[in-house]
Design a protein around this ligand. Structure first.
Ligand code: LRH
Ligand code: MN
Ligand code: MN
Length: 388
């Protein structure tokens, strides 16, 4: 396929939510490196997110993690974000850092622990009321390390009960998305390990509950685009946490490890109507920048999603269907690969310029002086980490 000169209108609506925690320091269990300019407050994280949106036009909202981003006045925080040209998005709950949750949270057989975990989620919905956020995202670290350690069936039943109580508190227009992950931190069994479990639990809850697919949360070799197709078909794909991985849940820049996989996923998103206005599929990043600078890391990420989305939109579906109908395996594959290999960067540069955005957002960030400004001014206080 020759490089396109125009960009399909469907790309105009592309919006990718950035996570507040991407701007904090993160690392591995071996070392967390501090980086100059790292935010000390949630407001500074929002400033950085606003910079990503200003330069790309792609990231109009920021996801918060509670309690990492806990503040007194969430409505005021929402106003603060709007003053910077972005809004507050998904509220992520957190029941994975307190000692009390050592043996589980929403699945715990200790009623007081389970109560506390449910109450935390109800608090998150109060935050959503104040911020106007649509989605509550639930990811649980719950699981066990050894066969026989706990009754996995009983845990599943308690999970259903806990989720039902949280779900009942959702207001008009609010949704619950349940994120799955096949292992870590639990090593033997995880209570929400796969899309099937998330689907079964959210189906039982009702039509305001959906599955969240984090691209880093599958066993190596899993055909993720198949899961995307299936969940879209079932009307249960609520959101993506985009990132990429080589080995485990690496949280690397989306599209860095396997751009072709990102393309295949976006082809199914387009095929399933996930980009259409009102589809309800939220595209989010869930990444950490351990070594690279965080703001350009986020800029690179949203640009990668945009590039692969455009390539997916350029797939010649009529030619593909023709080849599929005539059982021409190689022709069908060639049409598919042709879209993947299309260089869309010049067309996107022109698209940006038409909208008053920098043609090259990475270069514009480097030239902006913003990194020097935050390096010089964000001194004292405590840098935010993956966590606080
Ligand atoms: C778990 C996870 C989940 C958390 C985030 C910080 O691995 O993907 O989405 O909220 O990381
Ligand atoms: Mn995630
Ligand atoms: Mn993860």
């Amino acid at each position: 396929m020759t490089a396109p000169t125009t960009v399909p209108g469907a790309l105009d609506g592309l919006a990718i939510e950035v996570p507040s925690w991407a701007y904090g320091n993160s690392g591995t269990r071996f070392k967390v490196f501090g980086t100059p300019g790292t935010p000390r407050t949630v407001q500074e994280k929002i400033q950085d997110a606003a910079k990503v949106h200003e330069l790309t036009g792609l990231a109009p909202s920021v996801a918060l993690h509670i309690p990492w981003d806990r503040v007194e006045d969430y409505a005021a925080l929402g106003d603060y974000a709007e003053g910077l040209g972005v809004r507050l998005g998904t509220i992520n709950s957190n029941t994975f850092q307190d000692d009390v949750y050592k043996f589980g949270s929403l699945t715990s057989s200790d009623e007081s622990v389970r109560r506390r975990a449910v109450e935390h989620h109800l608090e998150c919905i109060e935050v959503m009321d104040a911020t106007g956020s649509r989605d509550l995202k639930v990811w649980l670290a719950d699981g066990t390390n050894y066969p026989g350690q706990d009754d996995i069936r009983g845990r599943q039943d308690r999970l259903a009960e806990s989720l039902a109580e949280i779900y009942a508190r959702l207001g008009e227009g609010q949704r619950l998305v349940l994120e799955y992950k096949f292992f870590e931190p639990a090593f033997y069994h995880t209570d929400v390990p796969d899309w099937g479990t998330s689907y079964a639990q959210t189906l039982a809850l009702g039509e305001k509950a959906f599955v969240c697919l984090d691209t880093g949360h599958h066993a190596p070799g899993t055909n993720i685009e198949f899961i995307v197709a299936q969940l879209l078909r079932l009307g249960k794909l609520g959101s993506f946490d985009f990132n990429s991985r080589f080995y485990a849940d690496d949280d690397l820049i989306v599209g860095a490890a396997d751009p072709f996989q990102l393309f295949r996923i976006m082809v199914e998103v387009v095929r399933g109507g996930g980009l259409e206005p009102g589809s309800g599929v939220a595209l989010m990043l869930d990444q950490c920048h351990n070594l690279e600078e965080k703001i350009p890391g986020q800029i690179r990420s949203v640009l990668n999603v945009q590039e692969m989305t455009l390539r997916a939109l350029l797939l010649d579906r009529a030619a593909l269907e023709d080849a599929q109908r005539s059982r021409d395996v190689l022709a069908a594959n060639a049409v598919f690969m042709d879209a993947f290999y299309t260089d869309v960067r010049p067309a996107l540069a022109a698209w940006r310029e038409e909208r008053g955005l920098p043609a090259d957002p990475m270069a514009a960030y480097a030239a902006s002086g913003y990194q020097k400004l935050i390096n010089d001014t964000r001194t004292g206080g405590t840098q935010a980490g993956w966590g606080a």
